[in-house]
Ligand binder design. Structure first.
Ligand code: IPM
Ligand code: MN
Length: 362
């Protein structure tokens, strides 16, 4: 089991170190190799995704990724910015299916900004298409406007586009995932305005006919954003395009109390995957040892389940995380009165201790 470890920038290095620690106590034959990515790689090699890093990622069964980005790189040419590393990995590895579960742990109900009754027991799976849409559509650029409201003015443009096969494959991923859950899929689009999302809706509907056991409904993205804060438990599997999925997954993550808890998996058609927390590099708290490592630790659990075929090891990590939360340990982002505030490392140590204890017991 080859794992490429790409910690990246900001809190990335701190949280990935904890996930690696957790993987190491499982006593499984991992081959882990670490490489630079993002701003860190730009500093060292002049590029956010050096060839050597991309090669390592391609040869691995899975990539454990931290986070990339820092405001200080905002003025670089776009191809050199840290974000291009993660976009490049997604594109080059064909990681089209992004799973972002939003689960509200009982212990953290009070950390949510919504009323407890709205979020307790919440368990949504957002499936975001990750290699198409306006993120990658060509053409894009800047130019002098040839027409429009202000001909001759400077303008910028991006292209939103999806092909039928791209929609078909992500729809199948969503229906298959729903079969393992409560057999409901909500497809989120903007078919009332956008041609791209009329095709999306048509294709998802067609594919849905192959899954008569799964209930499909469609929702416009603006309504979905509203329903997520009004009645989030009405959702189960949500499937949507790259940009809507980017936005809705942050919204859903926050319902659970903290984005610091949310893992993610990005898979290609051969189950090779990239695993990363749903949050970013948080440069404002980097180096302080206070970041929550649980999203990354839970991403490592997803990696064991989806790419490395080690579901029992994944269960061990997830149950250790629940134990640690039950014991009252909290990083700053999920802290509430009466709980024990801990740092990044102590949180990782506690997960390790819980796994080790259970191993010795039985
Ligand atoms: C995410 C991030 C990325 C995205 C950025 C860093 C390119 O926000 O993974 O959600 O927009 O996809
Ligand atoms: Mn995002």
């Amino acid at each position: 089991m080859k794992i490429a470890v790409l910690p990246g920038d900001g809190i990335g290095t701190e949280i990935v170190a904890e996930a690696v620690k957790v993987l190491n106590v499982l006593d499984l034959p991992f081959e882990m190799e670490t490489a630079l990515v993002g701003g860190a790689a730009y500093e060292a090699h002049g590029h956010p995704l050096p060839d050597s890093t991309l090669k390592l990622a391609k040869q691995a069964d899975a990539v454990l990724f931290g986070a990339v980005g820092d405001w200080k790189y905002d003025t670089l040419d776009r191809p050199l910015r840290p974000e291009q590393a993660v976009l490049g990995l997604r594109k080059n590895l064909g990681l089209f299916a992004n799973f972002r579960p939003a689960i509200c742990y009982d212990e953290l109900v009070s950390a949510s900004s919504l009323k407890p009754e709205l979020v307790s027991g919440l368990d949504i799976l957002i499936i975001r298409e990750l290699t198409g849409d306006i993120y990658f559509g060509q053409p894009r650029g800047r130019r002098v406007s040839p027409d429009g409201h202000f001909p001759g003015a400077e303008e910028a443009f991006d292209t939103m586009r999806y092909s039928r096969p791209e929609i078909e494959r992500i729809a199948r991923v969503a229906f298959e995932a729903a079969r393992k859950r409560s057999k409901r899929v909500t497809s989120v689009d903007k078919a009332n305005v956008l041609e791209t999302f009329q095709l999306w809706k048509d294709v998802v509907t067609e594919i849905g006919k192959d899954y008569p056991d799964v209930a499909l409904d469609h929702m416009y993205v603006d309504n979905a954003a509203m329903q997520l804060v009004k009645a989030p438990k009405k959702f189960d599997v949500v499937v949507t395009g790259n940009m809507f999925g980017d936005i809705l997954s942050d919204e859903a993550a926050m319902l659970t109390g903290s984005i610091g808890m949310l893992p993610s998996a990005s898979l290609n058609s051969s189950s090779q995957g990239l695993y990363e927390p749903s949050h970013g590099s948080a440069p404002d708290i980097a180096g302080k040892g206070i970041a929550n490592p649980l999203a990354t630790i839970l991403s490592a659990a997803m990696m064991l389940r989806y790419s490395l075929n080690q579901p029992q090891a994944a269960d061990r990590i997830e149950s250790a995380v629940k134990d640690v939360l039950a014991s009252g340990l909290r990083t700053a982002d999920i802290y509430s009165e009466g709980k024990t505030r801990v740092g990044t490392r102590e949180m990782g140590d506690a997960v390790v201790a819980s796994i080790t204890k259970k191993t010795t017991k039985g």
